[in-house]
Design a binder for this molecule. Structure first.
Ligand code: FMN
Length: 170
């Protein structure tokens, strides 16, 4: 396989394309033993229909990634664009220094995962595979439970939260 050559012009064009795509963002939560974790995630998406499969990219430097290494399941929440506080909390604070779950409403869901009450749309899944993708770890999820919103919900997109300073340097 050819070694990837770094090219700043290609990387800048790539960054423009990704910003233009303006992907939705999600909030991932997880639990291992008594420890809970969660963060805002832009690197995520469905990768199979039958069976349902979803890929999440977690930065190796994030507290959530450390807990996810020991967890068996993740929960994926679709934050409401009209309620940016939740995305801001999970994107700008780190579980290394604060307990984010002391600052929001949540309840215990399937597999003892913390489910964020303000997010009506969520699903849970078992961690099927972990891959080192570089500075992020790829986590492949199956599907075990899901809750769809009862009303039209506007998903938060990258452009809605681009100004949120990440709680952990990437
Ligand atoms: C717009 C945006 C997108 C982000 N995307 C990701 C991502 O895909 N994966 C990730 O691990 N962190 C991502 N982050 C950063 C984490 O949400 C942030 O560093 C968080 O504070 C980490 O919390 P933790 O240390 O408790 O896990 C993103 C942050 C923002 C603002």
């Amino acid at each position: 396989m050819p070694v990837e050559q770094r090219d700043v012009h290609n990387e800048a064009a790539f960054d423009v394309i990704i910003a233009t795509a303006d992907y939705p963002v999600i909030i991932v939560t997880t639990a291992a033993g008594q420890e809970r974790a969660g963060c805002l995630v832009g690197f995520a998406g469905q990768v199979s229909i039958e069976p349902r499969r979803f890929l999440v990219g977690l930065s190796h430097s994030n507290h959530t990634c450390a807990v996810a290494q020991r967890a068996q399941h993740l929960a994926v929440h679709l934050p409401d664009r009209d309620n940016p506080a939740l995305a801001e909390l999970f994107g700008s604070e780190t579980g290394s220094t604060i307990d984010k779950f002391a600052h929001c409403d949540w309840h215990t869901g399937p597999h003892a995962l913390p489910i964020l009450t303000a997010s009506e749309a969520w699903f849970t899944g078992p961690i099927l595979q972990r891959h080192d993708f570089g500075d992020h770890m790829g986590i492949l999820l199956g599907l075990s439970a899901a809750s769809a919103p009862n009303r039209a919900l506007a998903a938060s997109r990258y452009s809605d939260v681009a100004d949120v300073p990440p709680g952990h340097p990437q």
